[in-house]
Design a protein around this ligand. Structure first.
Ligand SMILES: Nc1ncnc2c1ncn2[C@@H]1O[C@H](COP(=O)(O)OP(=O)(O)OP(=O)(O)O)[C@@H](O)[C@H]1O
Length: 691
């Protein structure tokens, strides 16, 4: 059989590498499996995947197809923001990740900081170990945080065997040969892809040779991505959405977003964290009773942080934090305190740990979009920070590297540096506090978090509880400068996502004065159009807007393309100061159904009356697709799933009052949806202008 299979020299070669070395391949694979278990089964804080992992859903995302030079360079702006109902339909679970029958694909896993991308990947690798991904013989996991992107002396073999999280392989030559002969059985994962800072030209000069030719990491990635090398392998990239240019990602075969924790997941997580018992019950009760904290916990990292704080709080009567700054100050202080208790010789008390030095390192790293600390720093400092859980250690190619453990910790310490270091002037603090009107460049998530922390720290009152700031440093001048900047802000001129950031910064000040100022200056028509809103965003918007009635202000709010969950929509629409709203029609109908089912006729009536469509600019398919069902509700005076609804006595006012409709679907969707528009026209009695 062997002889007949090897008719040509090439096939002979292939056969040899495929069949004559099976034992070594099997052994290496076994070693890889064991190693993967080692690397992937533990989680932060001494927890383990097996017992602490909470299964999370994925949502399939799509890109808006834009052409021409003006296409946005920011991925976030090109992603179609799905409505809550569309998101429910687009849900997948982990087993469907590589559902495409053609396994040779490139998949992107999107998610904000702390949403669990790395953890998800670890879980996926363990699935592979347990045989759930039989299409892959080899899985190579690369962490872009620890790859040296400046050097140009890597080969493909080096990338896979020396830089990935795989064991050092004694017979790497024959294994590499084997891999080259069956690329479609290889999965390569790039985690923390956003750390490849400079995306310009990423796809230029791809690596083209499998041999020992030397390339940069970017060239190797580009070669893999453009199928110049190891053509047929599957690529998985995990990245934060805001920080990445779309040049590469828009060409990926599949874009998936990792959803955070649902309220049920939070409950499950607390039971895993505390174990079943009174501690879990009291922790969950505290989280549920504190609306800010429960919205925060939809982010798994912040959920873990909250549980850590609850576990170590001195008394269960302690108040929970009410801002992100407060949460992270308390947690960081707790980490330091625990480390000093555990390790009397190294950091007996906080004074011995040079916190200002640590904060300076955090800032220097942040400026360069780097999470790593300078290895030349004092070993005592690094050791203590490692022990306190502020730093984490990673195995780089030939040494261990220390990194700040997460984005929030690094940003808090950086903010402390900015606020209290004498080397930082007021101008610099202002530049890194609240949103800037003129900055046009897309800002990353990290910067948004930094703004919140700087603003939070600057306005922190001495009596506010745990503070990480050195009380002997006078920050009055910096506070005054940020205050002047805040007072000069014109919310009217801000684009939706910057407006949201302003809401967050004002929230972090915990100051009634700034809340009032913001509410006074807000335009009558508020728009969050096109900005994805998470539960925390919705909480902060609601919290600030609910104080508007006292100032006798009312607003129209545009919540289209925000993927606001129905419970958030319910809360916002229920506010007195909201006199009209515009949200995705399917979600609005979902809200009405929800209110009807809970017999909340009063709020149902108000939600029907507040809904507006005016002026309707149909730029996306769903603007027209959902009109027929709205017309049906209007005509039949009932919801699709219900009998007569008294709140719909007079139909749907938004349809009755619609005066202007602009049909702007273009040549692609226009012709298909035009008949739908014709169908509903007779019901639009007030329509005066159709364009
Ligand atoms: N599915 C999950 N089940 C339980 N805990 C989770 C899960 N996902 C994340 N966590 C917790 O949240 C923390 C942060 O998750 P992770 O580091 O995976 O986030 P990330 O999205 O990779 O963040 P970044 O973008 O900053 O790298 C983990 O250390 C873990 O404690």
């Amino acid at each position: 059989y062997a002889q007949s299979a090897c008719k040509t020299p090439k096939r002979k070669e292939h056969f040899k590498s495929h069949h004559m070395t099976p034992l070594i391949i099997k052994l290496v694979k076994l070693e890889l499996l064991y190693y993967t278990i080692d690397v992937c089964c533990s989680m932060r804080g001494g927890m383990v995947m097996e017992s602490h992992y909470v299964d999370m859903h994925l949502v399939q995302r799509k890109l808006l197809i834009k052409s021409g030079k003006n296409a946005n360079k920011c991925l976030e702006k090109e992603l179609v923001i799905l409505s809550d109902s569309e998101r429910k339909k687009a849900k997948l679970d982990r087993s469907q990740l590589f559902h495409n029958s053609d396994s040779r694909q490139s998949v992107t896993l999107l998610g904000k900081a702390g949403v669990g991308k790395t953890t998800f990947i670890q879980r996926l690798c363990l699935d592979w170990v347990s045989g759930s991904l039989p299409q892959f013989q080899f899985v190579f996991l690369l962490n872009c945080k620890i790859l040296d992107l400046t050097q140009s002396n890597y080969s493909l073999k080096g990338l896979l065997f020396d830089l990935s999280m795989s064991p050092r392989c004694k017979d790497s030559d024959s294994v590499f040969k084997h891999i080259l002969s069956c690329p479609d059985e290889v999965l390569i994962i790039f985690d923390s892809f956003d750390h490849i800072k400079d995306f310009e030209g990423l796809l230029q000069s791809p690596a083209k040779s499998h041999t020992n030719t030397k390339y940069t990491i970017k060239q190797l990635f580009s070669g893999l991505f453009q199928k110049e090398i190891l053509s047929g392998c599957t690529l998985l990239i995990a990245t934060r959405p805001k920080d990445v240019l779309n040049q590469v990602l828009r060409k990926m075969d599949s874009l998936l977003e990792l959803c955070g924790f649902s309220p049920e997941d939070i409950e499950l997580y607390t039971s895993k964290y505390f174990g079943d018992g009174s501690l879990q019950k009291s922790a969950l009760k505290q989280i549920k009773n504190h609306r800010y904290i429960s919205s925060l916990c939809s982010n798994p990292l912040l959920c873990w942080t909250t549980c850590f704080l609850l576990e170590h709080q001195d008394s269960c009567n302690d108040d929970l934090p009410s801002t992100l700054t407060d949460l992270y100050q308390r947690v960081t202080s707790k980490h330091l305190q625990l480390a000093s208790l555990k390790n009397s010789s190294l950091c007996k008390n906080r004074k011995q740990l040079n916190i200002p030095q640590l904060c300076k390192m955090a800032w220097e790293g942040l400026e360069n979009h780097d999470t790593r600390v300078n290895p030349a720093s004092s070993t005592e400092l690094l050791d203590c920070a490692l022990k306190s859980g502020i730093l984490a250690s990673y195995k780089a190619s030939e040494h261990q590297e220390s990194h700040f453990v997460d984005l929030f910790t690094q940003n808090l310490l950086s903010a402390v540096h900015l606020v209290q270091s004498e080397q930082v002037n007021e101008k610099m603090v202002v530049a890194n506090s609240v949103v800037h009107q003129k900055k046009r460049k897309v800002q990353g998530e990290s910067q948004d978090v930094l703004h919140r922390f700087v603003t939070g720290l600057v306005f922190q009152k001495a009596a506010d509880g745990v503070s990480i700031l050195d009380s002997s440093v006078n920050i009055k001048a910096k506070r005054k400068a940020v205050e002047t900047h805040l007072e000069s802000m014109k919310p009217n001129d801000l684009v939706p996502n910057r407006l949201l950031e302003l809401f967050h910064c004002v929230y972090e000040t915990s100051s009634a004065k700034f809340a009032k100022l913001l509410l006074k200056n807000l335009p009558d028509n508020l728009s969050f159009y096109g900005t994805q809103l998470c539960p925390l965003d919705v909480y902060v918007i609601c919290h600030l807007l609910q104080q508007a009635s006292a100032l006798k202000r009312t607003f129209s709010i545009n919540l289209q393309d925000t993927c606001i969950p129905i419970c958030g929509l319910k809360e916002l629409v229920g506010l007195k100061c909201i006199k009209s709203f515009w949200a995705h029609t399917a979600d609005t109908i979902g809200l009405w159904e929800d209110l009807h089912q809970s017999n909340d006729e009063l709020n149902l009536k108000s939600a029907i009356e507040k809904f507006t469509l005016h002026p309707l600019k149909a730029t996306q398919g769903y603007h027209i697709e959902n009109l027929p069902v709205l017309v049906q509700i209007h005509r039949e005076k009932k919801l699709p799933m219900s009998e007569f609804v008294s709140a719909l006595d007079e139909g749907v006012p938004a349809l009755r009052h619609l005066q202007r409709l602009e049909f702007e679907l273009g040549v692609q969707n226009g012709p298909e949806l035009f008949p739908k528009l014709i169908e509903v026209l007779p019901s639009l009695q007030s329509l005066q202008h159709l364009e």
